[in-house]
Design a protein around this ligand. Structure first.
Ligand code: NAD
Ligand code: HJL
Length: 673
């Protein structure tokens, strides 16, 4: 990305200069009508010169460019929304602020009044929404006509004003970071949504994407076409309403210096594509579905019923893209709103040095997640299933315990339209599958769904977490690596609780995983719902179906925690119930970080008893009996054969042999007998 000046106010100066020279590059929405199409009478998107080149084929040198134009930072869409809709104060590292702010500088500009005041924590800047009420708005003075730029009749935009103010405090010590909060006197929320701003003004970062290609001599129409080849990345960067004229404007300075250069096109670009593409579904400027208008109260509508399968392309659509794989799901914009406050929050993650952890599962009314151990049981309806896949698209990783992997043979990928392998590029929106398998019971073979999905470009390769002292067969390691996965050996093992979850989470965070959704199964969820983990779990999203599975089902229920004669509870906060589909209910909540305890009569007797069976120790065989037999056939993967000799059924390590290389973490663990 073009290197930008250090602080937003410096960037602001650059942008002002650019815009003054080029005219308001994208404030002019005169040629966008509000159903997202250009009116037939609007000027052709190409200038006379470009058209001449097009017609004479003067640009026909088509350059093979297999590269992506976008290099969006992680979680961009979420962070843009969170930097737009400022709620509680949060922090960002100085580096992250530098990286993300250019994606929202079409919303915020530095307060003109120069209200910087130094305070104990360093310089403070106040930003106002560009729709600042009254006063001198940047766009009120008419622009002097720019030479060579076709003066378009500007339709007067509705005078929407907004009183949102943002305060940014730059902190130098002990680390360089910024604190972001609503400024004193700010409105509670914007009077518009982010789409409204994106439709009326492009942010610097998305314009940088166009500028980079423009300064390499590509035709604006070809650049626009190439950008639209990556709709997901374009939309998350704020380019939903980008126009060819934006690209042409941003190329103007370069064109002034290179008047004689013949523009080139990206391979695959052709005249019939030079017109504006169909806008992204639902991208009508100025309104996100369900957004309140003019301060109306947000409609409290029940969850929309929707088809989880993407609409079939209409006969009038441009040449149909390749058909989506069967089973592709669709989760509409409107249904995302209620989840937003519970999704990973990049600014907060930066300050907490651990990933955002979401526990999510589907349950019966008697807190069962399967009819019987090892039996995958359909609980979610089609709509809540699609919601689960939307959650997967919003997290960097998805984690399950090995019993779930053994019984479900899961794909652990995101099957929403637009995800990698489902109409999206590369592996966009695909979470990293993680399976916690301390004794390496899972058999790695190419037939498992995890690896088939990875080989078809529909998933990332899985990480398998094993405990200390495990000897793995080389072919298992090689097969996993061949599918983009790997084994991770963790040596922090807690005698009572198994692999240390907090150590696991910090290792994943170091590996760049900023958010993990933990889908189960019963043992994993019950363990992580204990009060001792409240500090490292952020959110729960539970699908509740109107059914009872009975006592033999797989339960989610943490062992009761005792401390000093008190029973300690795990409680939820910010609870929201959302009906979804025919009969499911979705519970969203944060973990309540306060301590809830209650004295229990006779508690002393309890605490003298042996500690409850921990979920991860292999239960000692009954007196005189042999160790636990290998998992039942139904739980053996793929081949259905007993596990190969390298790891015998009860998971004790194979006889000594050349242990293949895989990543070790933590001090050397206790050697396993
Ligand atoms: N309805 C749902 O949302 C849902 C979700 C997931 C699984 N399920 C169902 O749940 C069942 C499986 O659940 P489960 O409770 O038997 O097993 P599980 O999937 O929770 O796996 C437990 C195993 O994982 C390993 N493990 C996990 N964390 C560990 C740690 N920190 N340290 C050491 N070992 C650790 C251990 O071997 C442990 O025995 C299956 O029937 C599956 O279909 C349902
Ligand atoms: N949300 C949800 N609703 C259900 O009805 C159900 N049975 C699960 N179970 C979660 C468990 O993790 C999945 O059954 C496997 O992960 C297989 O899921 P995928 O193949 O990856 O879609 N989860």
């Amino acid at each position: 990305m073009t290197s930008l000046p250090q602080t937003p106010s410096q960037r602001e100066a650059v942008q002002d200069l650019e815009e003054s020279r080029l005219g308001e590059h994208s404030d002019d929405d005169s040629d966008i009508n509000h159903d997202g199409e250009r009116p037939a009478t609007s000027p052709d998107p190409l200038t006379k010169q470009e058209k001449a080149q097009d017609q004479e084929g003067a640009y026909t040198e088509e350059v093979n460019t297999g590269y992506s134009l976008f290099s969006n930072p992680p979680g961009l869409a979420r962070t843009r929304q969170q930097l737009f809709d400022i709620r509680d104060e949060f922090e960002l590292s100085a580096k992250d602020f530098e990286e993300y702010f250019p994606f929202v500088d079409n919303v915020w500009r530095k307060q003109k009044a120069g209200e910087n005041q130094a305070d104990t924590e360093g310089a403070t800047e106040i930003f106002c929404c560009r729709l600042k009420p009254s006063g001198q708005s940047k766009n009120s003075t008419p622009k002097a006509p720019v030479e060579g730029k076709q003066q378009r009749r500007k339709r007067k935009r509705e005078e929407k004003t907004c009183g949102m103010l943002m305060k940014v405090t730059y902190v130098e010590n002990p680390v360089k970071k910024v604190k972001i909060a609503k400024a004193a006197g700010s409105e509670d929320t914007h009077s518009h949504d982010l789409d409204y701003m994106d439709a009326n003004k492009r942010n610097t970062a998305i314009m940088d994407v166009a500028r980079r290609e423009a300064n390499r001599g590509f035709l604006p129409g070809s650049i626009y076409w190439k950008m639209q080849e990556e709709p997901v990345q374009m939309e998350e960067a704020g380019g939903k309403f980008m126009k060819v004229s934006d690209v042409r404007n941003v190329q103007y300075p370069w064109r002034q210096q290179n008047m004689t250069v013949t523009l080139k096109a990206h391979a695959g670009y052709s005249q019939q594509r030079s017109g504006p593409r169909q806008r992204l579904a639902g991208s009508t400027p100025g309104s996100t579905p369900g957004t309140p208008k003019n301060g109306e109260a947000r409609p409290q509508k029940p969850a929309q019923t929707f088809s989880p399968h993407p609409p079939q392309s209409s006969t009038k659509a441009p040449p149909a893209p390749p058909p989506l794989p069967p089973g592709t799901l669709n989760y509409p914009e409107l249904a995302k709103e209620f989840l937003r406050p519970y999704l990973p929050y990049i600014p907060q993650i930066a300050s907490q040095q651990r990933p955002h952890i979401t526990l999510t599962w589907a349950t019966s009314l008697d807190s069962r997640i399967a009819l019987l151990p090892g039996v995958q049981t359909a609980i979610s309806g089609p709509e809540t299933k699609a919601m689960t896949h939307y959650l997967r698209s919003q997290h960097d990783a998805i984690l399950i315990g090995v019993n779930t992997a053994l019984s479900d043979d899961p794909g652990l990928n995101c099957r929403l339209a637009g995800a990698g392998g489902f109409g999206g590029k590369d592996r966009a929106m695909q979470p990293r599958p993680i399976i916690v398998d301390p004794h390496a019971r899972l058999q790695i073979n190419p037939n498992m769904r995890l690896l088939r999905a990875a080989s078809e470009g529909k998933a990332l390769g899985p990480w398998i977490v094993v405990g200390p002292g495990i000897q793995l067969q080389p072919h298992a390691v090689q097969t996993l690596k061949a599918h983009g996965g790997e084994f991770l050996q963790i040596n922090e093992i807690h005698p009572e609780h198994g692999l240390d979850w907090e150590a696991l989470f910090s290792i994943f965070h170091r590996e760049g995983v900023k958010s993990i959704m933990i889908e189960g199964g019963g043992k994993v969820l019950s363990e992580l719902l204990k009060p001792r983990y409240t500090s490292c779990i952020d959110t729960v999203v539970i699908t509740i179906a109107p059914t009872f599975f009975g006592k033999n089902g797989v339960q989610v229920s943490p062992d009761t925690s005792y401390e000093g004669g008190q029973a300690i509870q795990t409680r939820l906060a910010d609870v929201k119930w959302q009906p979804m589909g025919q009969s499911d209910m979705v519970l969203c909540a944060h973990l309540d970080k306060r301590r809830f305890q209650q004295p229990l009569p006779g508690i002393q007797e309890f605490s003298r008893q042996a500690p409850p069976q921990t979920p991860y120790q292999r239960p000692a065989p009954p007196q005189g009996q042999s160790p636990m037999p290998p998992p039942p056939q139904s739980q053996q993967h793929g081949t259905g054969q007993p596990p190969p000799p390298h790891v015998n059924g009860n998971g004790t390590p194979a006889p000594a042999g050349p242990s293949p290389k895989f990543r070790h973490y933590g001090p050397p663990g206790p050697s396993r007998q």
